[in-house]
Design a protein around this ligand. Structure first.
Ligand code: ADP
Ligand code: MG
Length: 255
């Protein structure tokens, strides 16, 4: 039996000016797989995630989710760029959580979570609200539905941001250093939510410096440097017995 990857990155190349920040990246992620992406600052981790949902356009290569090239459609055997409308439709399959929580400050927690499904997906309000409350439960913030983001801690806001992304029923979730902006005592609750998601079978790509999380929760660790995947494998291998000097050096500095 052939297992098709849910996410496929094919020879993705991206430059800013003369600087090539992603060099022909190839990456397949299976359905239900949880991948940690680690590497020094400036190695291209955020750019890779941003190209995956086309917050950035790439120079060449493509990203497929469930076999469909994001930002493109196949016509007459050739790839054609899709309209913004179709792109926003395709993007629903990719949830993203950033370092800063990016919640709508003038909306309550419940409204934040309901915004996408009602406005973009045009789902019936009652149904959306039921789902939003279920997600609030999942992230452990059921009693905060009517609060505004400013009334919540950073960790709580990040859990709301996760719930908001999940409300669009994505096929894959991308996390870009979701706990880096948090006070240390708030990190655990956010990681716990991500752990729950992983257990429930969500496909996840997580840029993180939380090596404990990578070791315990992730199926695979990818080490990136200078726009390239230097090494990858099970956490036990990459984190505990890295093959490359650069990986070893990076991990030594982190610990
Ligand atoms: P990481 O997330 O691994 O720290 P980034 O993907 O943010 O790395 O950045 C990779 C490289 O691309 C860095 O050299 C960074 O300075 C550069 N870069 C990122 N975004 C931009 C941008 N919008 N314009 C120009 N250069 C950028
Ligand atoms: Mg980054």
């Amino acid at each position: 039996m052939t297992v098709h990857p849910l996410v496929r990155v094919k020879t993705l190349t991206k430059s800013y000016g003369h600087k090539v920040v992603l060099k022909r990246i190839d990456l397949d992620v299976l359905e239900g797989e949880v991948v940690a992406l680690i590497g020094p600052s400036g190695s291209g981790k955020s750019t890779l995630l941003r190209c995956m949902n086309r917050l950035e356009g790439q120079d060449s290569g493509c990203v497929l989710v469930a076999g469909e090239p994001v930002g493109y459609t196949l016509r007459d055997g050739e790839l054609h760029e899709v309209s913004d409308k179709l792109l926003s439709f395709q993007r629903r399959s990719i949830g993203m959580v950033f370092q800063g929580f990016n919640l709508f400050q003038h909306m309550t927690v419940l409204e934040n979570i309901m915004e996408g499904p009602t406005l973009v997906l045009k789902q019936p309000r009652a149904e959306v609200e039921r789902e939003a409350r279920r997600l609030l439960d999942l992230v452990g913030l059921r009693d905060r539905a009517d609060h505004y983001p400013a009334q919540l801690s950073g960790g709580q806001q990040q859990r709301i941001a996760i719930a908001r992304a999940l409300a669009m029923k994505p096929r894959v979730m991308l996390f870009d250093e979701p706990t880096s902006a948090l006070d240390p005592e708030l990190v655990g609750d956010v990681l716990e939510v991500m752990r729950t998601l992983a257990r429930e079978g969500m496909t996840m790509i997580v840029v993180t410096h939380e090596i404990g999380f990578a070791r315990e929760v992730c199926d695979r660790v990818i080490f990136m440097a200078d726009g390239e995947i230097v090494e990858q494998g099970p956490p036990g291998e990459v984190l505990l017995d890295p093959k490359h000097d650069r990986t070893r050096e990076f991990l030594r500095r982190l610990l």
